[in-house]
Design a binder for this molecule. Structure first.
Ligand code: AMP
Ligand code: ZN
Length: 107
């Protein structure tokens, strides 16, 4: 399947990975919309929040966002799902945006 984020997950395309476990990958957004902008994705391909069962993986994505924030002592942040073309979703692989208004030290 010709999915950009699946290719990143399979390491066929480069990305600045900030978190990885068996089911979830998080990496820096290539065109950041905030000083710190991470995308958190399930490794299993799911199109969007609209897909059947998407709600079952969302908790895991939010947990990873919380962990990334806690580890880097980020006090406040935005979590965003763009849903569908009209909702601003460009990449059709479910992803959670983690946006922080100020720069974050990377370990
Ligand atoms: P969305 O508009 O919610 O579909 O967000 C897709 C995001 O993916 C955008 O913020 C893009 O900047 C980002 N993006 C596109 N290509 C890449 C890439 N190769 N590596 C990292 N982020 C990407
Ligand atoms: Zn995919």
């Amino acid at each position: 399947m010709d999915c950009l984020f699946c290719k990143i997950i399979k390491k066929e395309l480069p990305a600045e990975i900030v978190y990885e476990d068996e089911t979830i990958l998080a990496f820096k957004d290539i065109h950041p919309k905030a000083p710190f902008h991470i995308l958190i994705v399930p490794k299993k391909h799911i199109d969007s929040i609209k897909s059947n069962g998407a709600e079952r993986v969302v908790g895991g994505l939010v947990s990873v966002a919380k962990e990334i924030a806690q580890k880097r002592k980020i006090e406040g942040y935005k979590l965003v799902f763009n849903v569908g073309k009209e909702g601003g979703q460009v990449v059709n692989h479910l992803h959670l945006h983690l946006l922080v208004g100020k720069p974050v030290e990377m370990p």
